[in-house]
Design a protein around this ligand. Structure first.
Ligand SMILES: [Cu+2]
Length: 166
C-alpha cells in the first residue's frame, strides 16, 4: 500500500469510529434515561377497584395509562365496601376507587392532579372527584359537553378542601 492509500485508509477508519461514537452518543442518553430517574420521579402503579360493568372506569384507567401510569384493574362486586376498606369516606364516592402509592384516588380525577399530589406529598387520604362530572377524564361526552368540577384533597380527618378546579 502506498502512503497515500494508507493515509486515506486511516482517515476512513477514524471517520467510521467517529460515526460510531456519534451514533452511540445519540443512543446512550435514551437508553440511560430510566436509570437517571430518581426513585422520587417514578410514578406508582395505580390499583383501580371497579365493577366489571363500569365503562367509564376503564376509560379513566386508559387516561392514566396515556399519562404514564401503570394501572392494575380489580373487578369488585361491592364498590362501597372496597371504598370503606381502603379508607375513603363514602360522601366523596364515585364509580371507582384507586390506590396510588400511599394515597387514595376516588372517581374521575385527572392524571395531572395525581402527579401534582405525588409531587407535593401533603398529609392526606388522597384526592376525590365525587359523582361523575361530565367531561372529566373517562367521562368525555360525544357532544363535547363538560361541566365544571373540583378535585378535592381529602385530609386525614376526613374533611376536604379544593385541590384543583376544572
Ligand atoms: Cu365513572
Amino acid at each position: 500500500m502506498n502512503t497515500f492509500l494508507k493515509a486515506l485508509f486511516n482517515k476512513l477508519a477514524r471517520l467510521q469510529g467517529l460515526l460510531l461514537c456519534v451514533a452511540l452518543g445519540a443512543a446512550l442518553p435514551a437508553m440511560a434515561q430510566p436509570s437517571q430517574k430518581t426513585p422520587g420521579d417514578a410514578l406508582p402503579t395505580v390499583e383501580v377497584y371497579k365493577s366489571a360493568q363500569c365503562g367509564c372506569c376503564k376509560a379513566w384507567a386508559a387516561h392514566l395509562q396515556e399519562n404514564g401510569f401503570r394501572v392494575i384493574l380489580h373487578d369488585v362486586d361491592d364498590i362501597p365496601a372496597a371504598r370503606k376498606k381502603l379508607g375513603m369516606p363514602s360522601r366523596y364516592g364515585s364509580c371507582h376507587v384507586a390506590r396510588a402509592g400511599k394515597y387514595l384516588v376516588e372517581g374521575h380525577v385527572p392524571a395531572a392532579d395525581i402527579k401534582k399530589l405525588l409531587k407535593q406529598k401533603p398529609k392526606a387520604i388522597g384526592l376525590a372527584v365525587p359523582g361523575m362530572p361530565l367531561g372529566s377524564p373517562g367521562m368525555e361526552m360525544e357532544d363535547g359537553r363538560s361541566d365544571p368540577y373540583e378535585t378535592l384533597l381529602v385530609t386525614p380527618d376526613g374533611e376536604a378542601k379544593v385541590f384543583a378546579s376544572h
